[in-house]
Ligand binder design. Structure first.
Ligand SMILES: Cc1cc2nc3c(=O)[nH]c(=O)nc-3n(C[C@H](O)[C@H](O)[C@H](O)COP(=O)(O)OP(=O)(O)OC[C@H]3O[C@@H](n4cnc5c(N)ncnc54)[C@H](O)[C@@H]3O)c2cc1C
Length: 384
């Protein structure tokens, strides 16, 4: 069992009381919210059951331009200019019009937190008390009840602060993914679309300096991925060690419920088909943070922020539906036809167009546009 660094025993003081904003979850979505509200005034508390960056939640691959836009290149581990896709009948190398990077999770999270200046405490969220009292929502934690008019659930797929929505695997629209992080090196960003490993989903090997992150994800929540992950690691000649895995939502959910704001996996913001969840967690977290900054500095109200944010998130529904349709189609393509389906993406012009459209789902230019909280409402209206 890994040793928890979390504050325990007699050091675990009561945090109960009133705040202006409570951000629950200090991974990608929560840290993006914290980045935006940094100088807005008010009593802000961010909590997580682990220390910032203590528990890696993904393989940590992201378009490099997003690391650049957020000024986080310090945390970069390795960079790639092409994606190597293995199918049963052929291996295809796709040139990427923009690069991908893997990064160091603890380094990235700590950089974002330190720069935000937001107060952080470790606390486990158990739920919320029903309703509101004097316009305040109370988050129940193992360190007391935290009451605030503004509450963010960036706690991942469980959506803990929405008791009205039961997200229970394996019945819920979730994918499952598992990976190992052995020592090793490689120069290629690789993906396997091979039924031998998983009937609906894909395997990957994402190198990150002196470790490789090798895993398998299944769009079908009933399909277990431990053995396929061991098989892929075995085929690559690396140890199946240092495991991490989780459920991944593959359907967009409402981004607000009963006065609470949801961002990242709690709002189903992870993209279907690719299971890329870090960039959208940043994107929606930044949008939400900008709207909350407006509320904290008196330029907007909570009700307006709830309406604007809900609308902004929903305005992406068509694009999520399209990706979900592609996720459902992929396993139906006969393996012998996969190379020609993917082969078109070896053409630089076609690849460039397809990848540009994909990047456009959450373009890096959004970071700068949203960087001025005073214009957040207008920026979001335009983006929607
Ligand atoms: C194996 C795997 C590999 C992946 N690889 C990639 C990848 O390479 N690139 C990519 O873009 N996406 C990847 N994803 C998807 C990506 O990890 C998620 O979409 C992303 O982490 C969502 O960010 P988030 O901030 O919403 O939630 P999370 O990163 O899940 O963070 C939730 C936070 O809430 C905290 N928390 C949870 N419950 C409680 C509680 N009760 N009390 C207090 N704190 C709590 C957790 O400790 C955590 O810090 C991968 C997913 C998996 C499972």
């Amino acid at each position: 069992m890994p040793v928890r660094e979390t504050t325990r025993g007699s050091r675990k003081t009561d945090l109960g009381g009133r705040y202006d904003l409570v951000i629950c979850g200090a991974s990608f979505a929560g840290l993006a919210v914290a980045r935006q509200v940094a100088d807005s005034g008010g009593e802000i508390l961010m909590i997580d059951r682990y220390e910032v960056g203590e528990r890696q939640t993904s393989a940590c691959a992201i378009p490099t331009c997003w690391l650049e836009a957020l000024d986080l290149l310090e945390a970069e581990a390795q960079r790639f200019g092409e994606l190597v896709v293995h199918t049963p009948h052929r291996t295809v190398s796709m040139p990427l019009p923009w690069e991908f990077s893997t990064f160091d999770y603890p380094a990235l999270c700590r950089l974002m937190w330190e720069r935000s200046g937001v107060r952080f405490e470790t606390a486990k969220v158990d739920g919320r008390t029903p309703g509101e009292e004097d316009g305040l929502i109370t988050v129940e934690t193992d360190r007391g009840g935290l009451s605030a008019p503004l509450v963010v659930d960036a706690l991942g797929w469980r959506r803990i602060l929405d008791p009205g929505m039961a997200v229970t695997p394996p019945g819920a629209p979730l994918s499952r993914a598992l990976e190992v992080h052995p020592r090793g090196t490689s120069k290629d960003l690789e993906v396997w679309i091979e039924r031998e490993y998983v009937p609906a989903g894909y395997g990957w090997s994402f190198p990150a300096g002196d470790e490789v992150r090798v895993g398998v994800g299944s769009f079908d929540p009933e399909y277990h991925v431990r053995k396929p992950t061991e098989a892929l690691a075995g085929d690559l000649g690396v140890e199946a060690e240092a495991w991490q895995g989780n459920w991944i939502p593959h359907r967009l959910r409402e981004a607000t419920a009963d006065g609470v704001f949801f961002a990242g996996d709690s709002a189903g913001h992870c993209y279907p088909l690719t299971a890329e969840g870090i960039r959208p967690a940043f994107y929606f977290g930044l949008a939400l943070g900008a709207l909350l900054a407006d509320v904290l500095s008196g330029r907007s109200t909570r009700e307006r922020a709830l309406a604007d944010y809900g609308r902004f998130s929903r305005s992406h529904a068509l694009r999520y539906d399209g990706l979900l349709a592609a996720q459902r189609t992929l396993p139906r393509i006969p393996p012998r036809l996969l190379p020609s389906a993917l082969g078109s993406l070896t053409d630089e012009r076609l690849a460039s167009r397809a990848f540009a459209r994909y990047l456009d789902l959450a373009p890096p230019g959004f970071v700068r546009a949203i960087g001025r909280p005073a214009t957040a409402g207008r920026v979001l209206a335009r983006a929607a």
